[in-house]
Write a protein that binds this ligand. Structure first.
Ligand code: PLP
Length: 382
C-alpha cells in the first residue's frame, strides 16, 4: 500500500506501526528482502531507472524505514542515520557559524556536549535553559536563534517540556523547534501535532527495541523546508548512514512498538509506585506519579508516562551503586528502550563532570513480569 494511502486509510497507530514497513514485492515476499548491494547497475537507457545508484546516497531498506518513520510521526519526510548522535550532529551541521541554539538544562548529556565541545568551536553559539521556565526560554531567544532543542520527558530527570508553548515562543522568534522523542516514542507523544518542526529519535532505543541496533532519525513536518533539504544533502554527502541490515531490523522492531511500549509503561507505573513507598528511596522521578511536578503536563501531552524512571537512593553514591550491584534480574548496563530491563548509576556513565545527582539510578523497564522486577528491587534495596 502506498505511503499516503496507508496514512489516510488506516487510522490506528498499532496497525500503522505493523504495516508501515511493508512494501509490495515483485515475487510476493511478505517481509522485504535486504539489499546489501552498494552499487546498482544502469538500465538499457544508461539510467538508474529505479532511482538507486550507490547506497550512501539511497538504499531500498533505508527508504522503507524513512517512509515508515515519516508515517508514524506524521511528518512529510524522515532522514535516517547510523546513530542518534549522527542525527543530532547532522541537524547541527545544517546550521552555520553565528547561528544560535537554545538547549535544555536536563537532556541526554551528549546532546549539549556535542554543541559545547564540537560545534561551538565552529562558531555556533548556545544558551542552556530550564525548559519549564517559559520566561527563561523567551529571554534566551535571540535574533540569530535558529533552533530550540527540546527533550521530553528528559534524560535522566524526566522533566516535561510544554511543547505547544515552547513552539509558540520559538516560532514568534523565527526559530525552529526539534523534539527528541526517543523516550516517549510516537506511541505516547506526537510532537509534530504539538507544533514542533522536527522530531529526533535515537532509533537505538524503543523504535528498534531489542538492544541490537544503533540508529537515529530526523522527521520533518515540512519536507521542503531549507533545513530538511540541507539535512538530506548532508546525509548523502557526509554519509553517516545506517546499514541496510540495521534498517531492516529496526523495521522489524516497529511492528511490535505499540505493544511493547504500552506493556513496558504499565510495568513502569507499578515499579514507580512500589519505589515511591520504599524507605531506602529519597525521590522517584516518574511523570505518572501525582507527586511529580509535571504530572498534569504529562497527562495532557502524552497518552501515558512511558517506561523510563529514575530514583535518588538515600545515603549517597555508594549506596546507589550498591543497589545496582545487588540486582539480579535488572541488567546492569547503560542505554534504554529494549525488552530487557536495565539499571545504571547515571553519574558513572556521564564521566568526570556528571550533570546528574550522584545518588541517581536510572531504570529502563522492559517486558519482564512486574512482580519479578519489584522482587529484584526489593532484595537489592534490602
Ligand atoms: N537522545 C536520547 C534521549 C538518548 O537517550 C540517547 C542515547 O542514550 C541519544 C539521544 C543518543 O543516541 P545514540 O546512542 O543512538 O547515538
Amino acid at each position: 500500500m502506498a505511503h499516503q494511502s496507508l496514512r489516510s486509510n488506516i487510522m490506528h497507530f498499532d496497525t500503522l506501526a505493523l504495516r508501515a514497513g511493508n512494501q509490495p514485492d515483485p515475487i510476493g515476499a511478505v517481509v522485504p528482502p535486504i539489499y546489501l548491494s552498494v552499487k546498482f547497475e544502469r538500465d538499457e537507457n544508461y539510467e538508474y531507472g529505479a532511482g538507486y545508484e550507490y547506497s550512501r546516497g539511497k538504499n531500498p531498506n533505508r527508504d522503507t524505514l524513512e517512509r515508515a518513520l515519516a508515517i508514524l510521526e506524521n511528518g512529510q519526510t524522515a532522514v535516517c542515520f547510523g546513530s542518534g548522535q549522527a542525527a543530532t550532529m547532522t541537524l547541527l551541521q545544517a546550521l552555520g557559524p553565528g547561528d544560535h541554539v537554545v538547549l535544555p538544562r536536563d537532556a541526554y548529556f551528549n546532546t549539549p556536549n556535542l554543541v559545547e565541545h564540537v560545534f561551538h568551536g565552529w562558531g555556533l553559539t548556545y544558551t542552556r535553559v530550564d525548559m519549564a521556565d517559559l520566561d527563561a526560554v523567551k529571554a534566551a531567544l535571540h535574533e540569530n536563534t535558529r533552533l530550540v532543542w527540546t527533550e521530553t520527558p528528559s534524560n535522566p530527570r524526566l522533566t516535561m517540556t510544554d511543547l505547544l508553548f515552547v513552539s509558540q515562543l520559538a516560532h514568534d522568534a523565527g526559530a525552529a523547534v526539534v523534539c527528541d522523542n526517543t523516550w516517549a516514542t510516537p506511541v505516547l507523544q506526537r510532537p509534530l501535532a504539538l507544533n514542533c518542526d522536527i522530531v529526533m529519535h535515537s532509533t537505538t532505543k524503543y523504535l528498534n527495541g531489542h538492544n541490537d541496533v544503533l540508529g537515529g532519525a530526523l522527521v520533518f513536518r515540512d519536507g521542503e523546508s531549507a533545513l530538511a533539504q540541507r539535512v538530506r544533502f548532508l546525509q548523502r554527502m557526509a554519509g553517516a548512514v545506517p546499514s541496510p541490515f540495521d534498517c531492516w531490523l529496526t523495521l522489524r522492531g516497529l511492528k511490535t512498538l505499540a505493544l511493547r511500549v504500552r506493556a513496558q509503561t504499565q510495568t513502569a507505573q507499578k515499579v514507580a509506585e512500589y519505589l515511591a513507598t520504599h524507605p531506602a528511596i529519597e525521590r522517584v522521578y516518574y511523570p505518572g506519579l501525582p507527586t511529580h511536578p509535571d504530572y498534569e503536563l504529562a497527562r495532557q501531552q502524552m497518552d501515558a508516562p512511558g517506561a523510563m524512571l529514575s530514583v535518588d537512593v538515600k545515603g549517597g553514591a555508594a549506596n546507589a551503586i550498591a543497589v545496582c550491584q545487588k540486582t539480579q534480574l535488572f541488567v546492569k548496563a547503560t542505554s534504554l528502550g529494549g525488552v530487557e530491563s536495565l539499571i545504571e548509576h547515571r553519574a558513572t556513565v556521564e564521566g568526570i563532570t556528571p550533570q546528574t545527582p550522584v545518588n541517581l539510578l536510572r531504570m529502563s523497564i522492559g517486558l519482564e513480569h512486574p512482580d519479578d522486577l519489584i522482587q529484584d528491587l526489593a532484595q537489592a534495596l534490602g
